[in-house]
Design a protein around this ligand. Structure first.
Ligand SMILES: Cc1cc2nc3c(=O)[nH]c(=O)nc-3n(C[C@H](O)[C@H](O)[C@H](O)COP(=O)(O)OP(=O)(O)OC[C@H]3O[C@@H](n4cnc5c(N)ncnc54)[C@H](O)[C@@H]3O)c2cc1C
Length: 449
C-alpha cells in the first residue's frame, strides 16, 4: 500500500517537504494542510510589495494548489487548520471536522510574530508582518496613514521602515536595544547601517522599549522611552516565536530557545526519546549551530527550504540529515546591502567564546574603475582556535557572493591562517579590488591573533 504522508504548513518548509517527499517516493499519497489562504510564496517579498517595487501580492505567489495537484500529485487543502493530532495513533482532525490517518507526518507550522503584552496592542492599526494577509492588511491601511512606527529594528523592521518611507510615509523605528539588528550584528557595523537608513529620512528612537500604544479605536501614538510618537500605524517587527500549538498538544520536547528540539534527521523528542515517523522543519525548530557548541534559531527562508528537503525525504522513507547552520543572511536596505554569517560578537559571548576581529574597508571595484561602492567587511575568529566563526558586511553592492564565500569557509572549519594562505578569489577591475576587501579584513585579523 502506498505510504500516506501528511504535511502541515504551506510556508517554505512545508511546501519543500511535500515536494521532497514526492521526489523520494513516486507513489506516496501526499496531503498538505494549511490554515493559510495562500501557499508557496516568500514572506521575504512582502516589504517590496508594500514599497510598490512588486506590483501586487499575487505576483509573489509561485504556485497554486492546482499546480501541486497536476504537476506533483500533491493534494493541498488551504484554509484547513489541523485542530487535533495524535502521533501514536497516527490520526488528526481538521477544522472542517474530518479525520485523517497517516504513516508519517511533517510539522512545518512556522512561527508567529511576538506581540509585546503592552496596553493598546489590540488597537486597529497595530499590525504584525508575517503573511500575505498581514501584508494586505498593512497595504489597506496605508491610504490613511501619514506616520508609522516600526517596533523593532531587526532586519524585517528595517526593511519595512524603508518600504513605508519609499511609499511616502513618515517613519519612526523604535528599538529597545541601543543598536539596529541587535542579535546578529555588532554595534560598529550596525551603526553604519543605521546612519545610512537615517540619511534616507527614517527616524530612530533607540534604547526605548515600547510601554504603551495609545488610541481610542485606531492607534494614535506609541509611548516609548517616556515619550509619545504620534502615528496611525504600528508595524510589529518584534521577533518571531515558534508556533508550538501542535508540538505542545503532542508533548514534544521544547529546547532552551523556545522551539522544538530535533535530531539531525529532524525528528523530535518526547521526554528525551526520539518520536518515530514525525519530522519537523522551518521556524518551529531549533537546530545546531555550526560555529558554536549549542542550539540556534535560524529563522530564515533559506534554512526552512533546506530543512523541508530533509524532513520530506525522511518522511517518505529516505535518509537525510541536516547539519549545523551558519545562518547566512543578507538584506538590501536603501542603497546599501547588509549581510552576516555565523556568530556576532554578542552571540559568541553568549556561547562563551572569546573573539578577535579584523576589519577591511575599501571599494567593490578596483580603485580606478568607475562606480565602485564603499564596502566594510568584518571577520571574527575564535581567539583560542583561530577558527573563523563570524563575518558581517555593509556594502553598496555585491554582499551576497562575499558572505557566501566566507560562509563556505566557516562551515568547513577554516582558520584565519588557512583562509589567508590558501583561499583564492576571482578578480577583474569591475568586480573587486585585486585584493578583495574580504582578504583585507582577514589580513587585519591575522595581525591581531
Ligand atoms: C517580512 C519578512 C521578510 C523576510 N525576509 C527574509 C529574507 O530575506 N531571507 C530569508 O532567508 N528569510 C526571510 N524571512 C524569514 C522567512 O520568511 C521564514 O523563516 C520562513 O518563511 C519560515 O518558513 P516556515 O515554513 O517555517 O513557516 P511559515 O512561513 O510561518 O509557515 C507556517 C505554515 O504553517 C501553517 N500552520 C500553522 N499551524 C497550522 C495548523 N494547526 N494547521 C494548518 N496549518 C498550520 C501556517 O498556515 C503556515 O502556512 C522573512 C520573513 C518575513 C516575515
Amino acid at each position: 500500500m502506498a505510504k500516506r504522508i501528511i504535511v502541515i504548513g504551506s510556508g517554505a518548509a512545508g511546501m519543500t517537504a511535500a515536494s521532497a517527499a514526492r521526489k523520494q517516493s513516486a507513489d506516496a499519497e501526499i496531503t498538505l494542510f494549511t490554515e493559510d489562504e495562500h501557499i508557496a510564496y516568500s514572506p521575504c517579498a512582502i516589504p517590496y510589495v508594500i514599497e510598490g517595487k512588486i506590483p501586487d501580492f499575487e505576483s509573489i505567489v509561485m504556485h497554486t494548489p492546482q499546480f501541486y495537484k497536476e504537476k506533483r500529485n500533491i493534494e493541498v487543502r488551504t484554509m484547513t487548520k489541523v485542530t487535533s493530532l495524535d502521533v501514536d495513533k497516527k490520526t488528526l482532525t481538521t477544522s472542517d471536522g474530518q479525520a485523517h490517518t497517516f504513516d508519517s507526518i511533517v510539522l512545518a507550522t512556522g512561527g508567529t510574530v511576538f506581540m509585546p503584552p503592552v496596553e493598546g496592542v489590540k488597537l486597529k492599526g497595530v499590525l504584525p508582518v508575517r503573511s500575505i494577509s498581514d501584508g494586505k492588511a498593512i497595504r489597506s491601511m496605508m491610504a490613511d496613514t501619514r506616520s508609522a512606527v516600526i517596533a523593532g529594528a531587526g532586519v524585517i523592521g528595517l526593511e519595512m521602515a524603508l518600504a513605508l518611507k519609499h511609499a511616502g510615509k513618515q517613519v519612526t523605528v523604535v528599538e529597545m536595544f541601543p543598536q539596529v539588528i541587535p542579535r546578529i550584528m555588532d554595534k560598529d557595523m550596525a551603526d553604519l547601517l543605521q546612519e545610512h537608513i537615517a540619511s534616507l529620512g527614517v527616524e530612530f528612537v533607540m534604547s526605548a522599549p515600547i510601554t504603551a500604544i495609545k488610541g481610542k479605536e485606531r492607534v494614535e501614538a506609541v509611548v516609548a522611552g517616556g515619550k509619545e510618537y504620534p502615528c496611525q500605524m504600528v508595524i510589529m517587527a518584534t521577533g518571531v516565536r515558534a508556533n508550538l500549538e501542535l508540538p505542545n498538544m503532542i508533548g514534544l520536547d521544547v529546547g532552551a530557545l523556545g522551539a522544538v528540539r530535533v535530531s539531525a534527521t529532524l525528528q523530535p523528542y518526547r521526554k528525551g526519546r526520539l518520536v518515530k515517523d514525525v519530522y519537523l522543519a522551518g521556524d518551529v525548530i531549533q537546530c545546531e549551530s555550526a560555529l558554536a557548541p549549542g542550539p540556534t534559531m535560524s529563522q530564515l527562508g533559506s534554512s526552512a527550504v533546506r530543512q523541508g528537503d530533509v524532513a520530506g525525504t525522511n518522511a517518505a522513507g529516505g535518509y537525510a540529515t541536516y547539519p549545523g547552520v551558519a545562518s547566512a543572511w543578507v538584506s538590501h536596505l536603501g542603497d546599501v546591502q547588509a549581510a552576516g554569517t555565523g556568530l556576532s560578537k554578542g552571540l559568541a559571548e553568549y556561547y562563551g567564546i572569546r573573539t578577535v576581529e579584523g576589519i577591511g574597508k575599501g571599494l567593490t571595484k578596483a580603485r580606478y574603475y568607475p562606480g565602485g561602492k564603499k564596502i566594510v567587511v568584518k571577520v571574527l575568529a575564535d581567539a583560542a582556535t583561530h577558527r573563523l566563526i563570524g563575518a558581517q558586511i555593509v556594502s553598496g553592492e555585491d554582499a551576497t557572493g562575499r558572505i557566501n564565500w566566507l560562509t563556505a569557509a566557516m562551515l568547513k572549519g577554516v582558520s584565519a591562517e588557512e583562509f589567508g594562505n590558501a583561499f583564492e578569489n576571482a578578480y577583474c577591475p569591475p568586480t573587486s579590488m585585486v585584493k578583495d576587501v574580504v582578504n583585507v579584513a582577514v589580513e587585519d585579523l591575522l595581525t591581531k591573533l
